[in-house]
Design a protein around this ligand. Sequence first.
Ligand code: NAP
Length: 566
Amino acid sequence: MVSPASSANSSTTQKGSRAPSKHDNEGWLLPEEARSSLSELFKQLKNTVELHVVTDSDPQKMFNDVTLQFAQDISRLSEHITLTQHILGDEFSQKYEVHHSPSILFTPEKYNIRFTGAPLGEEGKAFVETVLLISLGVSSLSATSKTILGELTEPRHIRVFTSPGCPYCPGQFMNAVKAAIESPKLIRAECINSDEFPDLSRQYGVGSVPHTVFSKEYSRVGLLPQERFCLELLMLRDAEEVLREQTQSAEPEEEGKVYDLIILGAGPAGLTAAIYAKRSGLDAIVLENSVIGGQVIATPVVENYPGFKSVGGIALVEILTAHTREYSNIRENQLIDDVTIGDLIEVHTPERKYAAKSLIFATGTKWRSLNVEGEQKYFGTGVTHCASCDGYMFRGKHVIMIGGGNSALTDALHLKKLGIDVSIVHRRDTLRAEKALQDALNREQIPVIFNTVIEKIYGNETNVEGVTLKDVNSGEITDHACDGVFIAIGMDPNSQLAEKIGAELNPDKTIHVDTAMRTNIPRVYAAGDVNGGIRQIVTAVSDGAVAAMSAFEDLQHPYWTSEKYE
Ligand code: NAP
């Protein structure tokens, strides 16, 4: 364990002095496997990255020790990383306005980037990426983002509130980090662990993560594509409309590379399609609107994917992603706003266009809304769809989970495990979820309020205080006090772009396909949850494989040119 510096004005600096031994687990926080892959990754480092850890002497704060151990491990894995310890209140923390323990600053003479709280859980990914970018001295922002940030003239302090289980949080904080590397004199990026700093979270009205505070006046919830993040940082307002205007006025891009296949969506269906396409010999690329993983990444535990008795959704996505990257390029944060069909199929983003001979929609689904009073008002401050992201904020509190399907039960079990008092509200007298989940619900003694719908979500200015319930049989109305509302009432397909190009949809707006995953439009396929059906990971990967094989087959033997088709 690392000893903190002993006097208020002292600090201790360590170099990555001891080469990690594969067989030496003593004194390490990180497991051997993580150390090996990080050592490999850190071979790319060029310039020295200074880590400065500030802690106080509060013996109750286990996060102090864990943060120090984590930073020490990281610094021991490369000669290019140094670690200096400081005590809260010393000269260093005054100079750099550090007010919380633990905090970690990166090369503070040059950059204004810090973690407030232990960077464990999902934030660890952002920590490692920050080390890489700082050492390489690049922001890795797109040309458009750089141009937008070039217009910034005033300082900005971006606070990104995160939680350890939130899969969307590292991406949003990396947007802030990249901006801070690009414009170090004006931009401060701070990642605040909302679980460790509930008072700070309350002060900024955080009820759902990632929650980004751009300024006193402007905050927003959710992960943003990079260009949009930069625009909102510049303009301090919602930038969707501005981006749309820019896209419409943009000059068409020159003809560039033509792929054999573009796959829209990097959930299990899209990733599997990429593996099968590349192995068949197709030149394929995966374009993802948001982050890799689809709905699985927000699923706390998966217990029915063959080969894995029980695996975290994020862990499963990481395995799938690593496998796919062996074969194919995956681009995240591609704000796909149009698809056109001509001799080639073109996919448009604000930044550029992609051209291909064939296309797979693996665009998945989005959470369905309840459409009751109070849902929008408290969304992000007590109403949420993501138990993995926001569960932590309700520890020791009482919440309502709405829905009777697999998602509602999986999420309710996760919340219970986090120490949350959860009750399910379901509109019918039987649950739709599979029996194994119902059995687990009974074992955990999670109550279900049957035959009941939500009429209204109510509360004070900022927080949910309860829900108004209606018994569908008797019509009786009651109020039920609670601190949060989790909504898991099913998913709507992301099929708008498919519809726009003329793909036939089913009555529930899922994409209509044949057994080969072909849509009615030649060279266009659809796979996974966007097609409807039983929506399992295992069926999504199956669809993805079939769609890719069909694309391969059809590009070799274009059935639409045959007489029979005509
Ligand atoms: P789902 O299976 O469609 O269930 C939605 C639930 O919400 C149903 O119980 C439904 O009630 C209820 N509901 C729908 N609209 C409502 C409304 N307006 N007000 C109140 N309640 C409403 O959706 P899901 O649970 O999100 O699952 C989606 C798909 O993913 C499913 O195919 C599921 O099997 C799969 N999934 C699988 C797993 C797993 O295997 N472990 C985990 C998560 C999801 P009714 O029952 O009355 O229709």
